[in-house]
Design a protein around this ligand. Structure first.
Ligand code: TEU
Length: 542
C-alpha cells in the first residue's frame, strides 16, 4: 500500500491569471481578481490552485519568460497582493502551487543581460552556449519554430533557446546557478505556498552537443538535489511537466522512495488526434481505442511506484469539450459531464483548467490577427513559407492553438463576459451569454454542479483515490468502461463517447446503484441502451 499523501485526493484548479478576472480595468486579469473568486473555487471544492506564472516578465510567452523570480508582474499587482492571495486562499482551504519556470529565463533577466556581455562575465556560464564555427551549431529546433540557436554578437557565440529567442536556456550543470534556483524556491516556500508545478522540467538535463533535449543523463540527480535543498523537508505538492515521460520514466520522477517529485503531468493521451510521428498541427480524427489504451496503461503501470496527474486541458491545449466531446448546442453539456466523469473516476490527482467546469469551448478565431500566442504566430509564418495554404493553417490553429484555452473566463452575460470593464487583451468567446459561471451556479444540473459532485465523491470514498483500475470493453469503438476496486468498495464507470444510442450488456451491473449520472433519469440494467454521451458512476454492491 502506497503511503497516503494529502495531494493524493486533492483536486487542482489551474488559473491562467491573464485571462481569469480583471479588477483594475486593464483588460488583463490580476491577483486581486483571483482573491475575489476564492469563494467560487471553494464552492467547487478544489484544494489547490496551480497559478500560471505571475512573476515580472516582458510577456513574450505570457509570463513563461521570467525577468525576476522574486517580483510580481506589474499588470497583475504587487507582492503585497500575492502574500494576501496565499493567506486568503488558505483561509478558504486552498493551497497555492507556483509555476516554476527554470529551464529558461527571459533574455531580459539580469543574469542574461550580464551573461551575454562577455565570456569572462561571472554569469556567462548560467546559460548554454556554443562557439561560432561559421554556421549554426546543430539542427536543434525551438518548440516555437526555427532553430534553437541564436547568435550573440558580443561573445561571438550562439545561445540555446528551446522556446522563443527571448527565453534563453539555463545551464543546470553550473552549481552556482542551481544554488540560485534553490534560494529562489526557498523564498517562495517560506511564504507558505503549497508547492511547485515545474515547467518543462524534463529539459533541465539537456546535452545540446549530443542533441539531447528531454531526459538527459543528469536530470534525476538535479531533481534529487533540488528535493534535498528545497521542498524535501516540507510537505508540498510538486508536479513535473514531463512531455517525454513513459510510465517507466514517470516512476523515476515520482517513486516516493527516490525523493524527487510528487507526481508527473504527462501528455501521452494528447497525441491521439494527430498524424502519428507528426506535429500536433497535422490533424487526424480522434483515435478512441488508442485514447483508452493510453489512459489505461497509465492507470495500471505505475503501481505503487509513481503518481500521475489526470487532465484534459491546460493553458497549452484546446478545450476538451470541443476536442473529445461535442460542443454543439444539443450535446455540449452532456458530453462535458461525460468527459469529467471518465477522468475524475480514474486514479491520480485531477486537474481542472479554468472554464472547464462550465464547459467553455474552443474559440472561433476568424483571422490570424485574432491570435496572440507566439507559438501560433511563428507556426503561421513557418507553414506559409513551407507552402501550406492560409486556410489549412487556420484549420490547424482552430483545432489546436493554445489561444483556445486563453480567452477570458466567462463569469456572466454582461459585456466582456464580466471578465473586465474594457476590451480584453484577447477576444471573448461569443458564446458567453449562454456559457458562464452565473448561469451555471443557478442551474442544479449544470456542468459546474457535476464537477462539484465528482469532487465530493472523491472526498467521501477512498476508492476514487486508491482503487485498482481495470479497463472493460477494450475494443469497443463507442464505450469507455472501467472498474475501480478498493477493499470492500467497487465502482463501475460507464460512458458512451458518441452522439448515438449504444447498447451495452454486463450481468455484473445487476447489483449496481447509481452514484452519479449525466441524465436525470438514468437506470441500470444488465442490458442498457446508453443515450448520447450518457455516463454513469455505479457502486457495485457485494
Ligand atoms: O510548455 C511546454 C511545451 O513544450 C509547450 O509549449 C507545448 O509543447 C506546446 O504547447 C505544444 O505545441 C510549457 C508551458 O506550459 C508553456 O506555456 C510555455 O510556453 C513553455 O513551457 C515554455 O515555458
Amino acid at each position: 500500500m502506497i503511503e497516503q499523501k494529502w495531494w493524493h485526493n486533492s483536486v487542482v484548479y489551474q488559473i491562467y491569471p491573464r485571462s481569469f478576472n480583471d479588477t483594475t480595468g486593464t483588460g488583463v486579469g490580476d491577483l486581486r481578481g483571483i482573491i475575489e473568486k476564492l469563494s467560487y473555487l471553494e464552492t467547487l471544492g478544489i484544494d489547490v490552485i496551480w497559478l500560471s506564472p505571475v512573476y515580472e516578465s516582458p510577456n513574450d510567452d505570457n509570463g513563461y519568460d521570467i525577468s525576476d523570480y522574486q517580483n510580481i508582474m506589474a499588470e497583475f499587482g504587487t507582492m503585497v497582493d500575492m502574500d494576501e492571495l496565499i493567506v486568503t486562499a488558505k483561509n478558504h482551504g486552498i493551497q497555492i502551487v507556483m509555476d516554476l519556470v527554470v529551464n529558461h529565463t527571459s533574455d531580459e533577466h539580469p543574469w542574461f543581460i550580464e551573461a551575454r556581455k562577455s565570456k569572462e562575465n561571472s554569469y556567462h556560464d548560467y546559460y548554454v552556449w556554443a562557439p561560432n564555427n561559421g554556421q549554426i551549431p546543430n539542427e536543434m529546433t525551438s518548440t516555437f519554430s526555427g532553430s534553437a540557436w541564436e547568435y550573440n554578437q558580443p561573445t561571438d557565440e550562439y545561445y540555446l533557446h528551446l522556446f522563443s529567442k527571448k527565453q534563453p536556456d539555463l545551464n543546470f550543470d553550473n552549481p552556482k546557478l542551481r544554488q540560485e534556483i534553490y534560494d529562489m524556491m526557498n523564498y517562495w516556500i517560506d511564504k507558505g505556498i503549497g508547492g511547485f508545478r515545474m515547467d518543462v522540467i524534463d529539459l533541465i538535463g539537456k546535452v545540446p552537443e549530443k542533441m539531447i533535449k528531454e531526459n538527459g543523463p543528469k536530470l534525476h540527480d538535479y531533481l534529487q538535489e533540488m528535493h534535498v535543498k528545497t521542498f524535501g523537508a516540507h510537505d508540498l505538492l510538486t508536479v513535473g511537466e514531463t512531455w517525454g515521460a513513459t510510465p517507466e520514466i514517470a516512476k523515476l520522477y515520482s517513486d516516493p522512495k527516490r525523493n524527487e517529485l510528487s507526481m508527473v503531468f504527462q501528455f501521452e493521451h494528447m497525441s491521439v488526434d494527430k498524424i502519428p510521428g507528426k506535429r500536433k498541427w497535422d490533424l487526424a480524427p480522434v483515435n478512441f481505442i488508442l485514447l483508452k489504451q493510453i489512459l489505461a496503461k497509465w492507470q495500471t503501470e505505475l503501481g505503487e511506484q509513481g503518481w500521475n496527474s489526470l487532465f484534459w486541458n491546460n493553458h497549452d491545449l484546446p478545450r476538451v469539450v470541443s476536442r473529445f466531446g461535442n460542443d454543439s448546442e444539443a450535446y455540449r453539456i452532456v458530453s462535458a459531464k461525460m468527459l469529467a466523469t471518465i477522468l475524475h473516476c480514474q486514479k491520480g490527482t485531477p486537474y481542472i483548467y479554468q472554464g472547464e467546469e462550465i464547459g467553455m469551448t474552443n474559440m472561433p478565431f476568424a483571422t490570424m490577427d485574432d491570435y496572440r500566442d507566439i507559438e501560433a504566430i511563428n507556426m503561421h509564418q513557418e507553414r506559409l513559407a513551407l507552402g501550406y495554404s492560409e486556410q489549412e493553417i487556420l484549420r490547424s490553429l482552430a483545432a489546436k492553438s493554445r489561444d483556445n484555452a486563453r480567452t477570458p473566463m466567462q463569469w456572466d452575460e454582461t459585456q466582456y463576459a464580466g471578465f473586465s470593464t474594457v476590451e480584453p487583451w484577447i477576444g471573448v468567446n461569443p458564446n458567453f451569454k449562454t456559457i458562464n459561471v452565473e448561469a451555471s451556479l443557478n442551474d442544479e444540473n449544470s456542468i459546474f454542479n457535476h464537477y462539484r459532485q465528482l469532487i465530493a465523491l472523491r472526498k467521501a470514498m477512498p476508492v476514487f483515490t486508491y482503487g485498482e483500475f481495470t479497463l472493460l470493453a477494450e475494443q469497443s469503438e463507442t464505450i469507455f468502461a472501467y472498474t475501480r476496486t478498493y477493499q470492500q468498495e467497487k465502482l463501475y464507470v460507464l460512458a458512451n463517447f458518441t452522439a448515438e444510442t449504444v447498447c451495452y450488456e454486463d450481468v455484473n451491473l445487476s447489483c449496481g446503484e447509481i452514484l452519479l449520472s449525466n441524465y436525470t433519469d438514468s437506470k441500470i440494467k444488465t442490458q442498457m441502451n446508453l443515450r448520447p454521451y450518457e455516463a454513469l458512476v455505479i457502486l457495485i454492491k457485494a
